[in-house]
Ligand binder design. Structure first.
Ligand code: SF4
Ligand code: SF4
Length: 347
């Protein structure tokens, strides 16, 4: 196992080095909240944060993304041709991503990168990215990652894991992409790798012990889909939902999008935008029929997808990494932990 020590006094210099080789994305505090953005020449990632409001999924899957452009103007030599929009897939790094958010990309990958179908935009962006995680020394009260197949020091989906150890970071190299990044940053192996590895183990145990929030998922697989679908609690669960879509927009494991054309005079673009199963238009058919026309049906869909359909399809976990965003940010306090408990114990 390779371990590197990065002293915080050298931090800005190493970030400068990284910007020479990568487009660098990191958490930045703006308007009172931390969110991920591409760092400009002078910006440093602010790693003194708990978790961002929005997950970093937009770095790989932008909220709005232009796919094609076209012109209907016969004076244009390429008129009526759908032209692919140029993209920048040069190497990029997300620095300071929380382990749960990195693990979420592996769940989402099952939708965008399969043997039958590869979404070129998602796959190219994902493969161009090096993921530098930041271990959670102090998980929030709403985090339940340890019962959602992740954890505050989870290494799944990461190339490098940074552990904040006071005046320095301990960096654990996980993949060859992580190794390349270490070289480009000019980080040198630490003086005592064994002691650092032991310290990571202790800090990991301490962080995991701080998590007080859990979900029970052990019986979901054995439930009959129809029984859960027809369970009597859905009306109660959905009663206060205002279908605002916040839970799906902030969620690192929600991937739905819609494709539409925007026309400006004789030219246009074809783009995709995040969509949400919580919106009435999401399933509206051209005929006018809507199979999920009620609020209860939409709320049920969100939870059934994450906690039953996904479970049955893949057989290894739920479509949730326990980041707690939807719990914190739902304006009417609908809580996936509670709903999961109801589904898991439904007879
Ligand atoms: S955030 Fe809450 S109120 Fe908004 S759609 Fe989701 S469950 Fe409903
Ligand atoms: S469902 Fe909620 S807790 Fe789970 S990953 Fe999405 S936002 Fe986080």
């Amino acid at each position: 196992m390779k371990i590197v020590t990065i002293f915080k006094k050298d931090w800005s210099k190493t970030i400068e080095n990284l910007k020479r080789d990568y487009r660098l994305f990191g958490p930045v505090r703006e308007n009172g909240f931390h969110n991920f953005k591409e760092l400009d020449e002078t910006e440093l990632p602010d790693l003194d944060y708990s978790n961002t409001r929005l997950s970093p999924k937009s770095i790989i899957h932008p909220q709005s993304e232009v796919m094609f452009e076209y012109s209907l103007d016969k004076g244009n030599k390429d008129h009526h041709v759908l032209k692919e929009t140029d993209k920048d897939y040069s190497p990029r790094t997300i620095i300071g991503i929380r382990p749960c958010d990195a693990a979420a990309f592996l769940i989402v990958r099952r939708n965008f990168d399969t043997a039958e179908c590869k979404d070129p935009y998602w796959v190219n962006a994902y493969e161009a990215t090096t993921f530098v995680g930041l271990a959670c020394n102090n998980p929030s009260g709403t985090c339940f990652c340890t019962t959602a197949d992740s954890g505050p020091f989870d290494e799944k989906g990461l190339d490098l894991l940074l552990v904040d150890a006071g005046d320095h970071f301990i960096a654990k190299i996980i993949s060859s992409k992580g190794e390349d990044l270490i070289e480009k940053a000019g980080w040198e192996p630490g003086p005592d790798a064994d002691a650092s590895a032991d310290r990571i183990k202790i800090m990991k145990q301490e962080a995991e012990a701080k998590i007080r929030s859990f979900v029970a998922t052990d019986k979901l697989k054995d439930k009959t889909t129809r029984d859960l679908f027809d369970a009597p609690f859905w009306e109660d669960v959905a009663f206060s939902c205002i279908n605002c879509g916040t839970c799906t927009y902030v969620c690192p494991t929600c991937w739905c999008f819609d494709i539409q054309d925007e026309i400006f005079g004789r030219s246009g673009i074809r783009m995709r935008n995040w969509d949400s199963c919580m919106y009435p238009l999401f399933t509206l058919h051209g005929s006018g029929h809507n199979p999920r026309s009620t609020r209860m049906q939409r709320v049920r869909q969100r939870f059934m997808h994450k906690l039953k359909y996904y479970v049955d399809k893949y057989g290894d976990g739920i479509q949730c990494v326990g980041c707690g965003r939807c719990v914190r940010l739902c304006p009417v306090n609908i809580d996936i932990r509670k709903v999961c408990g109801m589904m898991n114990s439904h007879e």
